[in-house]
Write a protein that binds this ligand. Structure first.
Ligand code: 5AD
Ligand code: SF4
Length: 483
């Protein structure tokens, strides 16, 4: 895509009409209330905002009070067995509430709904409605079916659905940062992962609609967007009329150019697909945050092969080298699974080594949980004893604790630009925000506000938080998008 075409896309977004926010006041029907509870990944939380928007057009408003709701939706996760158990326990609570409020409709949305399909209705008597991630446009009809006395299910997956035209209703928003979904599904087929089965084939969203959504957020005072996809590096779009292609690094640059005071983040990157182009785009644009979530899963090339991850330990470490070379000081986080099929002590040691090599700032760490119908469930044996999985998880958590603490100690005395997200949970006298590297920074309130950018000098830290003071006078944020 040429510069001229990038410009055209941006101009189009700026001139575009202001997207209509759902407006329930104009409906004279009785306003109905929906209670939405979301589990799992950021994508699921973003999907709940799409669900709220679809229902708003049908006259629903969202409520935080389950007792006054007409419809209750659990947007579920199926990634590990314990995620599903949590949902089942929550359904027990709903069963009790239903006794008090028999007209209440209970729906299961998302990945667990997609995985279990019609079986949910047999296994969970409190559920009236089962809807997979690609069928949310059908929700108003499905609710009507339930109101007519039938249980209803739509778990059809789509090759096209991206909800591109739907303007999400921002739920639980701090008014500062928002998610923008840029693609759906996943084609990677990591052998342990249920996502390709629950979210279907990978498809990218029209960049025009992404830019429009980002522009709308800027117009509404938002200061940060996170572009979401299971594997953002494989984002690709071909314009129908011109055959012009847009890849992820180009999309990043276009979104960054919308407004130099809008921070742009993204998740998740895949080590096999993350190109230097993306890293150069980050280095060039001050407002693309210096932070990458790059799941390694394991440090053993043998296990990575069994996991069908498409890279070796050496390849992964080379990607880390490139990040460090092109974006010095970049924040890096990861996902790690302990106790995958046939994992030996040596494999586990390699995971600890790759953690140390990468010097992660943060990690999400899990014990392997076999998921039905995945390649690992079909072809490999879940043979690492639970106690060993647990012990290795503890080793990995300990290693990460040390790495996070080391990384934070290196920041002592440095000054970071922080976007303020709100009041600290521990003290009303303090605010918190994030650095570009995605570290949480806490500092005295002064006369600063949520949504402000401030420069904070770090004076102290824990393994999870940087603590500091606003440097006076606070330097105004650079207006240039160049570093
Ligand atoms: N067991 C444990 N962890 C898993 N993940 C995905 N599938 C499983 C599983 N079956 C983890 C991976 C992935 C993250 C979102 O969840 O680390 O990156
Ligand atoms: Fe699952 Fe792998 Fe796709 Fe991530 S990239 S969603 S781990 S299949």
């Amino acid at each position: 895509m040429s510069h001229e075409e990038e410009r055209k896309l941006l101009d189009e977004a700026r001139q575009g009409e202001v997207l209509e926010m759902p407006n329930n006041e104009s409906t004279d029907k009785k306003v109905k209330k929906v209670y939405l509870e979301s589990y799992g990944c950021q994508m699921n939380f973003a999907d709940s905002e799409i669900v709220a928007s679809i229902l708003a057009k049908d006259g629903y408003i969202t409520t935080k009070n389950i007792d006054e709701s007409d419809v209750v939706f659990l947007n579920t996760c199926a990634i590990r067995d314990n995620a599903e158990q949590k949902i089942r326990n929550r359904l027990r609570d709903f069963q009790k509430i239903k006794k008090r409020n028999p007209g209440m409709i209970v729906g299961m949305l998302g990945c667990m709904a997609e995985r279990l399909k019609h079986n949910v209705l047999e296994e969970e008597k409190s559920v009236d409605l089962v809807v997979g991630p690609d069928a949310y446009r059908d929700l108003p009809n499905l609710i009507k079916e339930v109101e007519g006395g039938h249980k209803s299910v739509n778990v059809l997956l789509s090759r096209e659905e991206t909800y591109a035209d739907i303007n999400p209703v921002r739920l639980d928003s701090n008014g500062v940062s928002a998610f923008i979904s840029i693609m759906r599904g996943c084609d990677n087929m990591c052998s342990f992962c249920v996502v390709p089965f629950t979210r279907g084939r990978e498809r990218s969203r029209d960049p025009h609609s992404i830019i429009k959504e980002a522009q709308e957020l800027v117009n509404n005072g938002y200061k940060e967007v996170t572009l979401l996809g299971q594997n953002v590096d494989s984002y690709k779009w071909t314009e129908e009329d011109s055959e012009e292609k847009v890849n992820f690094s180009q999309l990043l640059k276009i979104v960054a150019a919308i407004d130099s005071s809008l921070r742009v983040r993204f998740s998740t990157s895949h080590p096999k697909d993350m190109t230097d182009d993306v890293l150069y785009a980050m280095a060039e644009h001050h407002n693309i945050c210096d932070y990458i979530h790059l799941p390694v899963q394991s440090g053993s090339s043998r296990l990575l092969d069994l996991m069908n991850r498409g890279y070796t330990r050496e390849w992964y470490q080379e990607r880390i080298d490139s990040i460090r070379r092109i974006i010095p000081g970049c924040g890096i986080s990861t996902d790690i699974i302990t106790g995958f099929c046939s994992e030996s002590d040596e494999d586990h040691q390699e995971t600890l080594e790759v953690m140390r090599y990468s010097g992660y700032d943060f990690a999400y760490m899990f014990k392997y949980s076999e998921r039905p119908n995945t390649a690992a469930a079909k072809k490999l044996t879940d043979d690492v004893p639970e106690a060993v999985k647990q012990k290795r998880l503890e080793d990995v958590i300990k290693m990460q604790h040390d790495l996070s603490f080391e990384s934070n100690k290196i920041d002592l005395g440095k000054t970071f630009e922080v976007l303020i997200e709100g009041t600290s949970k521990r003290s009303a006298e303090k605010l918190y925000g994030r650095s570009s590297q995605s570290k949480v920074v806490v500092f005295p309130k002064g006369d600063h506000q949520k949504g402000d950018y401030v420069h904070v000098k770090i004076t102290d830290c824990t393994s999870g938080t940087l603590i500091g003071e606003v440097v006076h006078p606070s330097t105004p944020r650079l207006q240039s998008t160049k570093k």
